[in-house]
Design a protein around this ligand. Structure first.
Ligand SMILES: N[C@@H](CCSC[C@H]1O[C@@H](n2cnc3c(=O)[nH]cnc32)[C@H](O)[C@@H]1O)C(=O)O
Ligand SMILES: [Zn+2]
Length: 439
């Protein structure tokens, strides 16, 4: 038997209670074997030896889920700021991305993986390209992910557009189940306005046949909603439904400009929304109606979006931003409370992505973050859940565990060489900018 014991901490349970408990992990299975008092855990282990992870003075929480990002965009962190979505993409980001090589994407994904592990994130959804390289990084990092190749067809001729759709479907079929099952996939058209209708229709039909979900950017800005309403006489979520892209396994990023009928339709279909508050604020896209979505029964997860519109991959920031912005959007300080954003960043994320994790209970995936509460900015501890939402930072995470494996112990990343990764990514980013500016 191959056990790991997280000893001496307080544990955030699925019902939101925090209790003093040890957690026993079956590393071979990658699951939680038992949660309980030291005696109860002794009994569950039946005297078997276990490697120990010290959690004294700490809170053991489910690993955080970053449910929408473009992880290799870490190379473009701080490259172009202070513009709205459309000119930001067209004038700055897409020209830079045109110069990205698969090696760059691997370097950026490694940097993102180190950043995520250091801040307690154990699972993420990624839409980008050169996804075989991203998958290789996920495998080596020990993380869990739902990956897809992002399709854009606007401005492409028919053959190029079709090839992009085919690439996304091929990635969805070929990479599903990679990294010992920690990698799952999705068909990922970029958005309902950057992919033409016939390509959306064909791609979604193929995705359904292959049994993979659909992930796209939806209702992010009014510039994206208005043309659909003007051309089709229907709102984007109705259009998505018409395309058969609104299923219970599908998950849409943003959902900022959704009206009541769209919220109801999302709830009825069981399609999840990934709220990206920092990206929405930075690009001034708008305020998602998070309270209304949750009240309607929509699964809401949290995402950082790419590091160029955030500008980091720290889901603790996202929890705080989601609570703050949710209150502002509802004009009510009781809207989107601490427990709600913690749920969105854990169980909500796992449910939206259809990945295991998000809850610490016997039988669940052993995806954990151990947060050190012994710090001035976390003193006193009246309510640990309040601290997770409003006062803690990614750098407060001591240990990160995914699928039963320790990815970081005492703030040292074990699966990747963090210094080498940082150096390589900085060099790749500087070469990239030289190439872009030389053009
Ligand atoms: N195959 C496509 C790449 C699409 S990947 C997904 C795209 O989403 C872009 N992106 C990043 N953040 C956002 C956002 O907030 N909204 C919309 N697109 C974004 C990102 O820069 C990337 O180009 C191509 O040939 O261009
Ligand atoms: Zn995005």
């Amino acid at each position: 038997m191959n056990y790991l014991r997280v000893r001496g901490g307080r544990v955030l349970r699925p019902d939101g209670r925090v209790e003093r408990a040890d957690v026993a992990v079956d590393r071979d299975e990658g699951t939680v074997r038992a949660v309980g008092s030291p005696d109860e855990v002794d009994e569950a282990l039946g005297g078997a030896a276990a490697e120990t992870l010290d959690a004294s003075g700490s809170l053991v929480m489910p690993g955080l889920v970053n449910a929408h990002t473009h992880v290799a965009m870490t190379l473009l962190r701080g490259y172009a700021d202070d513009k709205p979505l459309d000119p930001w993409l067209r004038e700055d980001i897409w020209p830079a991305e045109a110069e990205l090589t698969p090696d760059d994407i691997e370097a950026g994904a490694e940097l993102g993986a180190v950043e995520m592990i250091r801040s307690g994130t154990t699972a993420f959804a990624d839409m980008y390209f050169a996804m075989d390289r991203v998958a290789d990084v996920v495998d080596r990092a020990g993380l869990r992910a739902r990956l897809g190749h992002g399709v854009v067809t606007v401005g492409k001729d028919d053959a190029d557009a079709r090839a992009d759709v085919e690439e996304s479907l091929a990635v969805a079929r070929d990479l599903d189940g990679a990294a010992d099952g920690r990698i799952r996939t999705a068909f990922m058209p970029h958005s309902l306005t950057t992919v033409g209708e016939e390509f959306l229709r064909e791609g979604v039909a193929e995705a359904r046949a292959a049994g993979v979900p659909v992930h796209l950017h939806a209702n992010e800005t009014t510039d994206e909603v208005d043309p659909i309403v003007d051309e089709r006489g229907e709102r984007p979520i109705a259009y998505a439904d018409d395309l058969d892209a609104l299923g219970p396994e599908d998950f849409f990023a943003h959902g900022v400009h959704v009206d009541g009928s769209e919220i109801d339709r999302l709830a009825e279909a069981g399609t999840a929304v990934v709220h990206c508050p920092a990206s929405n604020m930075k690009l001034a896209s708008g305020m998602a109606p998070v309270r209304r979505l949750r009240e309607a029964g929509v699964t809401v997860a949290l995402g950082t979006d790419g590091a160029a519109s955030n500008n980091d991959l720290d889901v603790f920031d996202e929890m705080r931003d989601a609570a703050m912005l949710g209150k502002l959007a509802a004009d009510d300080a009781s809207a989107v409370p601490a427990a709600a954003v913690v749920e969105m960043a854990t169980a909500g994320g796992a449910d939206a992505l259809g990945l295991p994790g998000g809850r610490i209970e016997a039988g669940a995936a052993a995806d954990l973050a151990v947060v050190d509460l012994d710090a001035p900015h976390l003193t006193p501890v009246h309510d640990p859940v309040s601290h997770l939402a409003y006062a803690a930072r990614g750098s407060d995470v001591r240990h990160t565990v995914c699928d039963g494996e320790v990815l970081m112990r005492d703030r040292e990343v074990l699966t990747l060489d963090a210094d080498a990764v940082q150096e390589r990514a900085a060099a790749a980013a500087s070469d990239l900018v030289d190439r872009v500016e030389g053009n």
